[in-house]
Design a protein around this ligand. Sequence first.
Ligand code: F6P
Length: 536
Amino acid sequence: MTIDACWTRLDQLKGAATARPILSLFDDPDRASGFSAGFDGMLFDYSKTAIDHVTRQALLDLAQAADLQARRAAMFAGEKINETEGRAVLHTALRAQGDEVIMVDGQDVMPQVRRTLARMGSFATDLRSGRIKGQGGAITDVVNIGIGGSDLGPAMAVLALAPYHDGPRCHFVSNVDGAHIADTLERLDPARTLVIVASKTFTTIETMTNAATARDWMAASVADPGAQFVALSSAGDKAAAFGIAADRVFGFEDWVGGRYSMWGPIGLSLMLAIGPERFHQMLAGAAAMDAHFQQAPLAENLPVLLALTGVWHRQVLGHASRAVLPYDQRLSRLPAYLQQLEMESNGKRVAMDGSDLARPSGPVVWGEPGTNGQHAFYQLIHQGTDVIPCEFLIAAQGHEPELAHQHRLLIANCLAQSEALMRGRSLDTARAMMAAKGLSGTELDAQARHRVFPGNRPSVTLAYDRLTPRRLGQIVALYEHRVFVEGVILGVNSFDQWGVELGKELATALQPLLEGADAAAKDGSTRGLIGFLTGR
Ligand code: F6P
């Protein structure tokens, strides 16, 4: 079947699929087991969606027609699938286990990957043990200065793995707003702080500005500020020009995309926090997911199934956003991490060949941890006019055995939400509730309508045993591959980000106008705002 025929088939199926209550699919006693898939201690349940056997087959056909298997093989083999930048896409090489050979431009990239990982390991071990010191004693605090992919991954993971954090405290500065670095440095002792400048390009204005501020702060207190700086970058020459010694530069290649980079040098802050061994466990978890993605049949393949639910909800049914709702406080930065991963990857309106997309681009991704979101925006999810597919994440166990009763309450809340979304509450039930409260007549009618939940709202749930380093690696790799599959089906290049360029260019051009240069060429609104903000 051609890909166009697959889309047409899905369009034909959507009317019947959405007219039928999701709850009615559970008349089949095997619904839950038939529409979930497991892998290595994780369970992905997509039974609370309208996807049935026929729709699933149509979605799998779509993946086949998009040539998913060939594209997947091309990515893992180091082919230059990032065509608009002429680059391979090999973040998977950063976590490859064993003695794999991965060729790019006729060269095996793995020896260099292993050398860098080993250098990171020795540096982390020496710093954590106090052998590498600051000028005022052992390093107590690490400040990672980076933005986007050079911030979100390690910041998310350091928080996620807090129970394993036995190294120095880690802080993350990203925003060019001076408030961010000022508030962070205020509490720190420069003589016992390590500053990591994390920037693939070493040109990003936010990062370079914050790095200069940190260097001035350090220089005011210690004799050799450069000695307490580390760079994580593909641009070793620029890091050297900034004054960072070569043995403190951890490099990586252009085939690691920024938002896919937490597995290598960009993860150094995480490695300092949890130690090399646990960092390796996280890499091994991600590598296990890589193997599953490559080997499992499409119908049992977690990244493929997660992607197909996404395509069904966004590109077939047209739901504009999806909510990621981790019932796991330590995954509170996961939605922000996924916003970059998913929206910078698949938020595109042209296909790889430059033609307009026939389908909507990737959805808006947003979310907050449960149960907090329940007391904020779930009102809209349950009773608003738009359907928002939800993605729940929940662990069987927390890391606080003494608070197991709280964890049970957390699980109950998570399961209650997906059930409520699916089941809803009918007008009859709402009326009966109001009648039981003594209401009658028009007042009962009016009050009952506010208490109706339409239900039939889809969700998927990713359940896992515990948020260990290995499990986190698997979860993040799962989402990376989901984004890849969705990108292949859409036909976009998931690995460039041209849409961030224009704003950067205009910001650079605007800076002199804020210092008094002539703004006449700007539109009236921008001129007016410059006038207000500069008091001129
Ligand atoms: O926002 C665009 C972007 O290029 C992201 O893709 C990237 O993660 C971020 O900026 C930071 O880039 P760098 O690591 O080069 O400073």
